[in-house]
Design a protein around this ligand. Structure first.
Ligand code: GLP
Length: 254
């Protein structure tokens, strides 16, 4: 079965459209596995949300089947809600434990997460910024918000933004509600890596699935880089790989 419907590349971006979300997710997982196989000490930038869950499931399977070890890899997560500690089920730290870390052999000392319950969030943002500045992300995995956000860089974010505290938009607050476990609504603020931090990665892979992401995909891939759609900044990076399913690619002109 060939699930790859379309493959297109120009100088800086590769776009692959798959028949299903599962096929697109497996291709992303394969890309991560290949990166860590060729460099076991790879530094991975990781994302949360519903979209990467199938990717993480495949990474978990690969570890269980003895096909890979992540013990030497380093990770940095993109973002975290302000006010939620790692023990809160709705925190991104808890998500990462559930979806990936608890069932794999990532070394806890090499996992970098933002502490959403730090007593001083400005100091926490500074701590994370310094950690990132001292590292080089080899492969950054991204999802995308329906409004084109990456990490929690909402529309209006500038291309030179770094780790900082941000206010979440109404659209994001609504879109993220179905993922909640204990809370009735998500916190209104978060700490996120900035656009410049994301663009500093050697390679960026972005996974988008489902019709709700189709308009964001069209704007991200076809519009000129613009603050109104933060994912459109990715086209200024030399090594971006878009993995889409047919539904999220439905509004692309070619
Ligand atoms: C959150 C995260 C993003 C993620 C987005 C989309 O806002 N901060 O990193 O890409 O959600 O989530 P989903 O994959 O659930 O649509």
């Amino acid at each position: 079965m060939n699930d790859l419907l379309l493959k297109q590349s120009n100088n800086s971006a590769k776009i692959e459209v798959f028949a299903t979300a599962q096929a697109a997710s497996e291709a992303v997982a394969d890309r991560i596995l290949a990166t860590v196989r060729s460099n076991p000490k790879a530094v991975l930038g990781l994302a949360t949300g519903q979209t990467p869950r199938r990717v993480y499931a495949k990474l978990v399977d690969a570890v269980k089947n003895g096909q890979i070890s992540f013990s030497e890899a380093t990770t940095f997560n993109l973002d975290e809600y302000c006010g939620l500690s790692a023990s809160h089920a709705d925190s991104f730290a808890a998500y990462m434990q559930r979806e990936l870390f608890a069932a794999t052999d990532f070394d806890g000392d090499k996992i970098n997460l933002i502490d959403g319950a730090a007593p001083d969030m400005h100091a926490e943002a500074k701590r994370y910024a310094q950690l990132l500045a001292a590292s080089q992300i080899d492969l950054q995995l991204l999802g995308i918000g329906t409004n084109g956000h990456i990490g929690f860089n909402e529309p209006g974010s500038s291309s030179d933004s770094r780790v900082r505290i941000v206010e979440l938009s109404e659209e994001t607050l609504n879109a993220n509600q179905p993922t909640l476990i204990e809370l009735e609504e998500v916190p209104g603020k978060a700490i996120t890596m900035g656009i410049a931090d994301i663009l500093g990665a050697r390679e960026i892979i972005i996974l988008a699935t489902g019709a709700a992401k189709a308009e964001a995909m069209r704007r991200s891939i076809e519009d000129l880089p613009h603050a109104a759609c933060p994912a459109s900044y990715l086209s200024s990076h030399g090594n971006v790989h878009w993995f889409l399913d047919a539904d999220s690619a439905a509004l692309l002109s070619k």
